[in-house]
Design a protein around this ligand. Structure first.
Ligand SMILES: C[S@@+](CC[C@H](N)C(=O)[O-])C[C@H]1O[C@@H](n2cnc3c(N)ncnc32)[C@H](O)[C@@H]1O
Length: 273
């Protein structure tokens, strides 16, 4: 599909796309391929409408105003938040095995938590492992995108998001909505109590964390970064991960270019080199 389709509401040129591409790369590390032009147009057209703007040029001017609330909306619009409960399920078995030998409390950071399915899956795995609603584990869950964090902290999902979970998990960890809430589930409050949600941009020069973690989950976000950015983020993880801690990556992520920092242990799980 061409960028300048006649039926488009707003004129959108390659130059507009390139400016947006540079901006999201600078602010979030997200490396947009040319093939994302239509996606960018469609997501940002909504922002033009919301701001009552007529052109992408006006929108780019708004983004250059550092005081504008639109900065965050821009980031929220261009993130991809695909996730699910117990995605890459083998990782949760590796986590449970790892919990055996850890001093308490075990500290886990999920750094691209999206709408919360991942940190809640981590919390469920920990509760199952310790057979307790108050396991000796603390979870920090962050994301760049404030909209997904808001959804994550509420812990309310459509039933389809959980229908593939085993019945026992559903009973133990979710309430099913009734009446006006039918078709929805809500995570039980001990799960929410275990997790501290906060905003964090992996690209920021300093992070608002004062912890050393046993485990970092950083899954399916590095794929949006180029190799130099991945290396920078991996280097920044170093002081936040205990020497014998684990770093979980996504199924299509690997870091041979950072072999001085992390070595593969198994199935996209890394330890410090
Ligand atoms: C595809 S989702 C992955 C969610 C989850 N980790 C999983 O594997 O199912 C990627 C998430 O990374 C977040 N993200 C993108 N760039 C980021 C950045 N610079 N800092 C922190 N989070 C970022 C997005 O907002 C999005 O929620």
């Amino acid at each position: 599909m061409s960028v300048n389709r006649a039926d488009r509401e707003f004129h959108f040129t390659s130059a507009d796309f390139n400016l947006i591409k540079d901006l999201i790369y600078k602010r979030a590390g997200i490396n947009l391929a040319e093939s994302k032009k239509d996606m960018v147009y469609s997501r940002l057209s909504r922002r033009l409408r919301a701001n009552g703007l007529k052109t992408f040029q006006q929108y780019l001017e708004l983004l250059n105003d550092n005081q504008s609330d639109e900065q965050q909306e821009f980031l929220n619009s261009l993130t991809t938040n695909l996730t699910s409960f117990f995605r890459e399920a083998h990782h949760f078995d590796i986590l449970k095995e790892f919990l055996e030998s850890r001093p308490h409390p075990v500290k886990i950071w999920c750094c691209a938590a999206s709408t919360g399915e991942e940190p809640y899956s981590i919390a469920i795995a920990c509760m199952e492992h310790f057979s307790s609603y108050t396991p000796p584990v603390k979870i920090w869950a962050s994301d760049l995108d404030t909209k997904v964090l808001d959804k994550a902290s509420k812990g309310v999902y459509s039933f389809e998001r959980v229908e593939k979970l085993p019945d026992q998990r559903l009973k133990d960890f979710f309430f099913r909505g009734k009446g006006a809430n039918s078709g929805l589930v809500k995570v039980k409050s001990p799960l929410q109590d275990m997790i501290h949600f906060f905003q964090l941009n992996l690209l920021d020069s300093s992070w608002p964390i004062n912890e050393k973690f046993d485990v970092i989950f950083c899954r399916n976000v590095m794929i949006y970064f180029d190799k130099p950015t991945q290396y920078k983020v991996l280097k920044k993880f170093q002081p936040y991960l205990k020497d014998d801690g684990l770093l979980f990556a996504g199924h299509s992520e690997s870091f041979p270019h950072a072999s001085d920092l992390f070595k593969l242990r198994k199935h996209t799980v890394y330890t410090k080199a």
